[in-house]
Design a protein around this ligand. Structure first.
Ligand code: APR
Length: 236
């Protein structure tokens, strides 16, 4: 069914979450057994509060995430999405992920709602550096300011342009495909509802149930994204 909708759709959006990158070796946040937030407190580690008042743990957490990221790479699912974009089957990828794997796989004009872990920038002058600085234990800008990861922390708002573009895409989409998100974090989780309310079809591919399952025209639970995308790709 999904291969048919992909061929018929004139404006397809793929919306990805951390479940898109677990097959690359990156842990997600809320998977029942392995999610990062199962054993760690996001407010203590990934928030503006943590950056100010819990700096050593904040730095250690992002060093761990950047080190892990640098050891991983896009998997076949990312490659398939890049190929589908080249073939005009999908029009835009909007991601909550900060790993840059869609771009590395060849996808273009990816909207990164939660920023990127590929760079760090100065809290004072906003100069940007490669995130490898954190691995090299370099946390200070040439201006003396603190270098922080270029991700959206809990307590910060999403980059306005990115969210505005994503909102417009949701209003225009006639097919919105969610890949690997628990859909528990707003305002990103409002987008699939906007797409649905604007007359688009909603597809959710996620190992576990999500709060938006009742809105979906097609639900695929309990299956790995990589396998699902390969199967559909063979039918296109
Ligand atoms: N195939 C299919 N689904 C998968 C796979 C897989 N290989 N691996 C994990 N999943 C599913 C999990 O069942 C889970 O429901 O992906 C979902 C990932 O959900 P989260 O870990 O909550 O990730 P996400 O929805 O992207 O989180 C949103 O929360 O912590 C913040 O900023 C962070 O961007 C993140 C946001």
């Amino acid at each position: 069914m999904l291969e048919k909708w992909l061929k018929e759709s004139s404006y397809t959006i793929v919306f990805t979450g951390a479940g898109m990158s677990t097959e690359s070796g990156l842990p997600d946040f809320r998977s029942a057994k392995s999610g990062l937030w199962r054993t760690k407190n996001p407010q203590q580690l990934a928030s503006t509060y943590a950056m100010q008042h819990n700096r050593d743990e904040f730095i250690a957490f992002y060093q761990y995430r950047i080190r892990t990221l640098l050891k991983c790479k896009p998997h076949v699912g990312h490659m398939i999405l890049a190929d589908w974009q080249k073939r005009g089957l999908i029009h835009q990828i909007i991601t909550q992920n900060v790993d840059g794997f869609h771009q590395q796989a060849g996808s273009t004009n990816v909207i990164e709602l939660h920023g990127t872990l590929r760079t760090v920038h100065c809290s004072r002058c906003r100069r940007t550096y490669d995130a490898k600085r954190y691995v090299d234990e370099q946390f200070t800008c040439t201006c003396g300011g603190f270098l922080r990861p270029s991700v959206v922390l809990f307590g910060e708002s999403l980059p306005y342009d990115a969210f505005e573009q994503a909102w417009t895409a949701a209003e225009r989409a006639d097919l919105w495909i969610v890949l690997g998100s628990s859909l528990q974090v707003s305002p990103a989780n409002e987008l699939p509802v906007i797409a649905k309310r604007s007359g688009g079809k909603l597809v959710i591919v996620n190992m576990e149930p999500t709060p938006l399952d009742d809105w979906a025209d097609l639900l695929i639970h309990g299956r790995k994204i990589g396998e699902v995308l390969q199967e559909i790709d063979e039918l296109l």
